[in-house]
Design a protein around this ligand. Sequence first.
Ligand SMILES: NC(=O)C1=CN([C@@H]2O[C@H](COP(=O)(O)OP(=O)(O)OC[C@H]3O[C@@H](n4cnc5c(N)ncnc54)[C@H](OP(=O)(O)O)[C@@H]3O)[C@@H](O)[C@H]2O)C=CC1
Ligand SMILES: CC(=O)N[C@@H](CCC(=O)OP(=O)(O)O)C(=O)O
Length: 324
Amino acid sequence: MNIRVGIVGISGFGGGEALRLLANHPSFELVYAAGDSSAGKSLADLYPGIASRLANLVVEKWDPDNLPELDLLFASMPTGASAKALAGVRDDVKILDIGGDHRYAGGWVYGLADVWPSEIVGQSRVANPGCFPAATQIALAPLLKDGLIDPENIIIDAKTGISGAGRGGGTGLSYATHNENLVPYGLLNHVHMPEMTHTIERLSGGSARGLVFTPHLVPMTRGILVTIYCRGSATTRQCLDAARACYAESHFVRVTDLPPHTKWVSGSNLAIVNYAADPSRNLVMAMGVVDNLGKGAAGQAIQNANLMCGLPEAEGLDGMSLWP
Ligand SMILES: NC(=O)C1=CN([C@@H]2O[C@H](COP(=O)(O)OP(=O)(O)OC[C@H]3O[C@@H](n4cnc5c(N)ncnc54)[C@H](OP(=O)(O)O)[C@@H]3O)[C@@H](O)[C@H]2O)C=CC1
Ligand SMILES: CC(=O)N[C@@H](CCC(=O)OP(=O)(O)O)C(=O)O
């Protein structure tokens, strides 16, 4: 079966990763590429390493009124740009928005594919979670569902690779600035707080009003590690058992006995989680790693698109992570 797909924002880091994954997808055929300043360039101009059969596809100026025959569109535009840009897309074209504008928005399903896959099956408007929420929510979901932690007192300490800021990430992200440098940012009210609050409250049935989230930029290209501090009297074994039960059928979530490394998931759609708990201190720690461009963006986008189109959720996504 050939499902005709397009990518708007194909020159960006998220769109480029979607292209890389779609190039080997057995059911999705890339027939349309769009953008803004890169319009007129071929995929070979943008990506010298592109598979030759896609090399001559030319990036078109984004125009929702002028789409070719298309079944599904991946949108990977800057957050703030996609709500308006996608509003005019025909109803018969399914949309997977990798950007932030439609998360928990009316008419859109929040695509937390590893936690509620059945809600995504057959849908036509799905919003991908942000990269930090992807790692955080997967790590917390088993604990919240089983009531093992207090939803009101959760502290998320996150580290991200620089590609999380996008190709157009800004002049402050130069090599000289960030090589051998660590810096927290987005203190107190990072843009991902509302979606994480919403998901924690949905999964626990309680309030997440004490949520603290602090991301840090780390001098690596890809990868996110979240270390999450929670209040609860569960043991490490109970947390690991809850996660293993929760993800027993999962293609993409692995539960390890050791703290995970970001490299274990690089280039893949995997999320790896681990837990440590000390009931005598009322302390539960959850750890999770994802590739910000994989599970954090294009990987989960394709997982969601598979579900939207009634395909097996892992189709085109079963490659191994990069190593070393
Ligand atoms: N980088 C990451 O790890 C993650 C990113 N995201 C989200 O994905 C989205 C894309 O991020 P990312 O790929 O990193 O960003 P980039 O800055 O790398 O790319 C942005 C893309 O958007 C395109 N674009 C900008 N304005 C328009 C417009 N008006 N019409 C059409 N296309 C436009 C650009 O096209 P052109 O070059 O042609 O101008 C470019 O391809 C953002 O919402 C981001 O927050 C989500 C999770 C993780
Ligand atoms: C390193 C860096 O800047 N990362 C981005 C997150 C990328 C992402 O998931 O962004 P959206 O929610 O907009 O899709 C940030 O902290 O805002």
